[in-house]
Design a protein around this ligand. Sequence first.
Ligand code: ATP
Ligand code: MG
Length: 632
Amino acid sequence: MGNFADFHARSINDRDAFWAEHAKRVEWKVQPKQICDYSNPPFAKWFVGGETNLCHNAVDRHLAERADQPALIFVSTETDTEKTYTYRELHAEVQRMAAILQDQGVVKGDRVLIYMPMIAEAAFAMLACVRLGAIHSVVFGGFASHSLATRIEDASPKVIISADAGSRGGKVVPYKPLLDDAIKLSAHKPAKVIMVDRQLAAFTPVAGRDLDYATERAKHMDAVVPCEWVESTHPSYTLYTSGTTGKPKGVQRDTGGYTVALAASMPHVFEGKPGGTFFCTSDIGWVVGHSYIIYGPLIGGMATILYEGLPIRPDGGIWWSLVEKYKVNVMFSAPTAIRVLKKQDPALLTKYDLSSLQALFLAGEPLDEPTAKWISEGLNGKAIIDNYWQTETGWPILSICNGVEKAPSKFGSPGKAIYGYNVKLVDDQTGEELTGANQKGVLTIEGPLPPGNLQTIWGDDARFVKTYWKTVPNKLVYSTFDWAVRDEDGYFFILGRTDDVINVAGHRLGTREIEESISSHPNVAEVAVVGVADQLKGQVAMAFAIAKDTSGLTDAAARLKLEGEVMKVVDSQLGAVARPSRVFFVSALPKTRSGKLLRRAIQAVAEGRDPGDLTTMDDPAALQQIMELVKA
Ligand code: ATP
Ligand code: MG
């Protein structure tokens, strides 16, 4: 066991030596000549001169030691399928997919767009692309034509890989009509579309464009497609941010830096060991899915579970049954999923043998204390590790790193700055660094960003510089656009996004602080707080809450009574300045497809403005309800 503070300090003060050591976790065709080239800030180049391949490190390199060990475990409770691929079998499937792409003329640097449900072929597709040095762009399968079309235009793929349909809660969701529409809408047209036919939804192939995956695969059963060695800085993929705050940004990732960062995170952050099993419940359409369903666990020589289905079907014990069956060691999910499970029978948590499980990691949005407590108690004291990061960073910025030094979690905190991240809290008005404990500021990272972080925005260097970077006294820093506070032990607490900060009569308050306070009322399941323009105070907080027990809330008087109680809670915990002007009770809150609260949209309708770009919104009815309540 090391000392985390020393480990972190070395990663900043002796940066190149630190990362040169970690570069040894990766197999290189040609060793890097320079660890970090930061001669053109804010653009950082990692492991310059090195040549490697992401697929080689995820698959081929393990063949010598673990060819017959499980690599990919595909489980679908939608189609009742379970299939395990060993590293040898995964290697064969990836080469078949790569051969199909080669037939279509896909070469290094070409883009391939992947619009697929959570099936094993999606993993083959991603790995086949990076094997060839082609740049994949995975678009979340839940997106409809318009969102898909903008991403097709931005990535301009030579080939698209898709499937007839996904399935959600037993209901078939056809993909093909959405894809056909999107291609019609897009100015860019792919030359070919490879269709995986799951026989869930009938479709008519477009002659001359659409190819049947099974037919093509049959031609390549013995395919041998070597890895294309690429420069460390060669892009491995592009991926869009969730679109919570506006137009999604096409994050571009390198190859060498990403491989090293993920390889190092497996032991240090996740304590994942070769031969173990990793279960990440995210979707391949999100960054967590890229890094911790596909690349991270495989680079680490683990088996990874790819799960298609809901967390509550056939019942709320399904995930825990998989932990038992596949002896899962590391699990990774999101607070939104745990809140779904919280509504299920708690006995489901004790029904299965979870002794293999070391820790449950949660990321993507604030982990509220009641949810953290519930899952922590339910899992009988196993480590619940909140970690904070972004699509842009590719791997966590804040977490506790039990693989470096065991440390306790604090409820409501995603832990400390991880090695490699030179995190600074800065005053958003003056740009001054805030070094004292318990000061609120914007969470920024001093350049260069560590390996694995975005290189730029795809095709738009200027937007990359303009969006994220600013000079504060003597420093060029990357802004996360999150507002945070650090306590005396170095633990961070995320208070909300910078555009969610409310200014009530000169007091700056994070929406997250008010939400935490409201959540502590026993009858509040979930809540969103936004700042609304107010003539007198500048801004006031307004809350939209989901009650746990709605049976007593049938009339206005009962709702007013609960509203009063909630306000009292905020008064006593944060003071009257934070008290929301109104607390409305709703049945659902508007979220992105990845489960993040769309405060931007709520705020807009609460102020009577147009909510803007809603392409990544999950359930439009939730916003409609808010609009009607506010109007009334
Ligand atoms: P866009 O950038 O398009 O508006 P987005 O920021 O929601 O979308 P992501 O990259 O998926 O897209 O999300 C990263 C953001 O999620 C972080 O900046 C932060 O606001 C939030 N977040 C992630 N993990 C945590 C966490 N553990 N605690 C609190 N917030 C988190
Ligand atoms: Mg963001």
